[in-house]
Design a protein around this ligand. Sequence first.
Ligand code: NIG
Ligand code: FE
Length: 403
Amino acid sequence: TLAGVPASGPLTGSALRDWQVLADAYVACADDRIVAVGPMAELDTARVGPDTQIVDAGGRVVMPGLVECHTHLVFGGNRAHEFQRKLQGESYLDILASGGGILSTVRATRAASDAELLANALHHLEGFRHYGVTTVEAKSGYGLDAETELRLVRVAQEAGRQQPAQVVPTFLGAHVPGPEYKGRPADYLQMLANDVLPHLNPAEVPFVDIFCEEGAFSVRESRQFLEQARALGFQLKIHAEQLHDLGGAAMAAELGAVSADHCDYLSQDDAARIAANGRTVVVLLPLVPLFLRQEVYAPGRRLIEAGVPVAISTDFNPGSCPSKNLWLALSVACLKMGLTPKEALAAATLNAAWALNLQAETGSLEPGKRADLLVLNVADYEEIPYWLGENPVQQVVISGKVQ
Ligand code: NIG
Ligand code: FE
């Protein structure tokens, strides 16, 4: 059994590996909550009755449900045709500049009905559950006009209602300027701020995100847009330092963002700036450089040593990561970013929950939290990132219900 540690902020430094592993332990749940965790010898048997559902996980690892804190869940079509172009040497930004990439998914998404988009999203959520993912963030960003962006948020919300995992919608209308605003990124952002953000309720759509990159939005444009979003009550996220070191992640940390995602090109100076605020989680997306055939991976080890809290996610999307295998992302984070298995597990659970501001609800096995847990087909946590590409999940419990 893996239990969490209570913390006042996301886990950093040695705290990322100091959490407890209990041998021969139990987890007790009532309704949708965890009510007690401890060594088997201390189980209060008086509370086990004829109606108690017992899940025997003897000889296996039990851990918190995975928290997938960065996906682009709702989209039409796929980009298998661009896989060929990439293999022939075209870069991600070249394909985007030629009208492909994100813009090709925008055409397919605009052409899709709500029912098609919902069916696709539900299919992908089922895939995530199969991998033991019990909370899924879902970004918009393939509509790029006011109407379609709002449609994508509604589809994500509806997908959340129709299956058991918790879905957290994020507004990423600021993915790239919409095709109607080619060459006018500032006008596009102004349209989003004036015509779209006021129609979203931060209690239902807590996060606003932006892609800060060449061919998308500059640091200056990103800052102005995020400040507008913050003034409307949204919490902030950013895609930054994915392909170039522009300074977007440190800028977002300065604004108090809950997360700065990608960071493959993050400088050590900016890492120190992020560490200083103690709250902004750097979300590592190790399957993305792999899939984009890029040699540069975020300096995970150095980030941890600099005191930066890190999470791990797939970035599931049709362009830069068509995989929902968060276990594979854990393995690649160990192999290419220098995380230890223990750090990687904390990064995909409790710190990923912090990246969604859900640390009080999920991400560790602690009384009071939602009963989101997994029984794995391995005897020791060290095996988890070792069985490369496998799915160790035997059973998934979401909100106290065995799936
Ligand atoms: O996180 N970098 C920008 N956005 C996505 C990819 C979106 C796409 O290519 O469709 C990402 O990698
Ligand atoms: Fe992304």
